[in-house]
Each structure stands twice: as C-alpha cells, then as structure tokens.
Design a protein around this ligand. Structure first.
Ligand code: 1HN
Length: 342
C-alpha cells in the first residue's frame, strides 16, 4: 500500500501547498492504474427519435445567427449533464440547418467530420470546394481549413458532428477565427472528379505536392457498395472499411479515424477490447449492442458511445450499416494503441 495524504502531518501538507508542490505517492495509482485505464467515460446511447424533436425545437427557439452552429452536444453519462464531450477524446453533436440558412465561414484548430443524418440540399464549403451533403456521407473539415455550411433544399438538414475538440481543448490549443464567405469553385468536389476509383490518383507535376487533405467528402453510395462487395467474400458476412486519405493511406484525420461496418442480420459480433474510445452511428438497420453490460436497442440514425477498453457485443436483427468514429489514430501516433482478444 502506498502512503496516503492523510498520513502526512497537517502542517507538512500546508507547507507543501505553500511551496507549490504536491506529493506524488498518494496519487500514484490514480495517475497510473494497474493493468488498464480506469475511464471516467460511461457508455452512452442517443436515439434519433428522442433528439430530433429537441433539435427541431432549437430551430424554433434559436435563429442560426444567434447560434453560429445550432448543435445539441451529446454529454458523456460518466461526466454528467453539461459535458461537452461523449468520450475523453470525442465530441459529438447533432447539428440542424433549416432551408435557406447558412452557418458562417470560420477556421479553427480542432478537426471535425460530419456524418449526414437527414435531408437533402445541404452543403459544406471547405477551402473553396463545395461539397453536397447526402445521407451517410462523411465530410471532413480538418483543423486549419476554412469551412461554412449552407442549405438549398426545402426540408431540415441534420448531421452528426464528430470533433477532436476535447483533446485540443485539453492541450489549450482550441481557438477559431471568422472569415468572409468563401467563393466556391465552380466544379464538383474531388470525390466526384479526382478520386473516382480506388487506386487511381491524379498525375502531379514534378515537385508539386498534393493538398494535405485532397479529398474531404466520402460519398455514402460508394462506401455501401464497397462494403457489400467485400462482405460477399468474408467468412462471417461482416465487412469493415477504413476511411483513408486517398494519396497517403493515412487515417482521414490526424486524431480521429472512421470505419464503415456492414453486419448482416442475425449476426453476433464481439470485437476485441480496444484501447481507443469510439462512437458508433447507425446509418441503416437494427440491432442490439451491449457495452460493458449496458444494452442498447438501436435503429437508423441512433448513436452509441464506447469508452476505452469496453466490452462490446453487437447482435443484428436486420442487415446493418454502421460508422464507427474512434481515436485510434492519435493512439497510434503516441504508440499505445492496443487490442485485447476476448
Ligand atoms: C464547428 O465548427 C462545427 O463547423 C460544428 O459545423 C461543431 C463544435 C465545436 C467547435 C466548432 C461546424 C463545432 C464546431
């Protein structure tokens, strides 16, 4: 047993505090738990059915000009009400844009990605490139890239934002700047022009380097088709594909990775325990997922959060397509990503 704070004489503790120091040994086990981390985060579950009416109400209560981004943030149950994060590293929020509205151009240090949940006619402009928002698409707005949203359709558009904000905030690195509206280039985005086929990239002149994020939109139609094709040749019918930078193969963002999953109906899947935390968003299908003994019955557009090293079991009642957002890339960079077989 390590010594505790209470064992130390009161006047000694006061002297330590006055000197601006604190003893390590009473905090040693908290700072370095044995064998595995002890997460604060708890499993979370947000149904679209419960959040959609609240989001539409936000649309009535708060004009977009007074919100800049009209978002309901998913609070980690382990941190409680008001928490601005879903796991230690992942911020999740549902954002609403009504027809004709715009969300102004800005730039910031955290990186973001959005998964389109509902609606047609929404778009994001990233670094001059106008990206249509179709359901299931992933659109990246990496740190340091100007971005703004607009809506040319007739019904509400909703998307799920995932950001590395908790990390950048913890590093005291989070800030933004506002800018003038961008003038979108009059050309379809790179996913529709330059990166139409996996394995093919545009020819570049000598010494011309590609942009750090050459493709910031991943159309869902292509993801779904690729999953179904891969699943045909998989032993258990399950298929998983990572979203990568098409020039380098690197994860979509430096901090966050995105994995598309196809699970056929009637399947039980118990992935390894992972050192990364995740959020799982249901694009289509139904099933039940147990996270550390908590069971969530999910359907289309629902979202689950998974703390580090959680025991996860998925059971599908229908063919299901999921997108998993995770912080494996940052853990790989820091060289501690780990998987443990169950
Ligand atoms: C942001 O820029 C967006 O651009 C969404 O849509 C959510 C949450 C925190 C900080 C910046 C967006 C955000 C955000």
């Amino acid at each position: 047993m390590l010594g505790t704070m209470e064992e130390l004489p009161k006047d000694y503790r006061n002297s330590l505090a006055s000197a601006g120091v604190t003893p390590l040994w009473p905090m040693m086990r908290k700072a370095l738990p044995y064998g595995a981390p002890e997460p604060v985060s708890a499993p979370g579950f947000w149904t679209y059915e419960s959040l959609r009416p609240l989001l539409m109400q936000a649309g009535e209560l708060t004009p977009v000009e007074k919100a800049e981004r009209r978002v309901l943030v998913m609070s980690d149950p382990g941190r409680g009400p008001g928490a601005m994060q879903a796991t230690a590293s992942i911020y999740l929020g549902l954002q609403l844009l009504l027809p004709g509205e715009t969300a102004p151009n800005h730039i910031h240090t955290p990186s973001a990605a959005r998964i389109i949940v509902e609606g047609e006619g929404g778009y994001t402009v990233v670094d001059g490139e106008k990206l249509p928002m179709d359901e299931g698409d992933i659109i990246l707005t990496p740190g340091g890239e100007w971005h703004e949203h607009g809506h040319e359709g007739t019904e509400p558009v909703v998307w799920l934002d995932a950001l590395d904000l908790p990390i950048i905030f913890y590093l005291e690195g989070s800030y933004s700047r506002e800018g003038k509206d961008q003038s979108p280039r009059n050309r379809p985005d790179a996913s529709q022009v330059e990166y139409l086929a996996s394995g093919l990239a545009p020819v570049r002149e000598k010494d011309v380097v590609s942009r750090p994020y050459p493709m910031v939109r991943y159309p869902w139609v292509r993801t779904e088709a690729a999953l179904l094709e891969l699943a045909k040749y998989s032993d258990n019918g399950v298929a998983e594909l990572d979203y990568v930078n098409p020039e380098t193969g690197a994860p979509a963002l430096p901090t966050l990775g995105f994995t598309a999953m196809y699970l056929p109906g009637g399947q039980t899947l118990a992935p390894p325990l992972r050192s990364c935390s995740s959020a799982i968003h249901v694009v289509k299908g139904r099933g039940r997922t147990t996270v550390n003994g908590e069971t969530f019955d999910w359907g289309p557009k629902d979202t689950i959060s998974v703390p580090v090293f959680a025991e996860v079991t998925h059971e599908t009642s229908e063919d299901a397509f999921l997108i998993r957002v995770h912080d494996r890339p940052i853990q790989e960079t820091l060289r501690y990503y780990e998987e443990r077989k169950r």
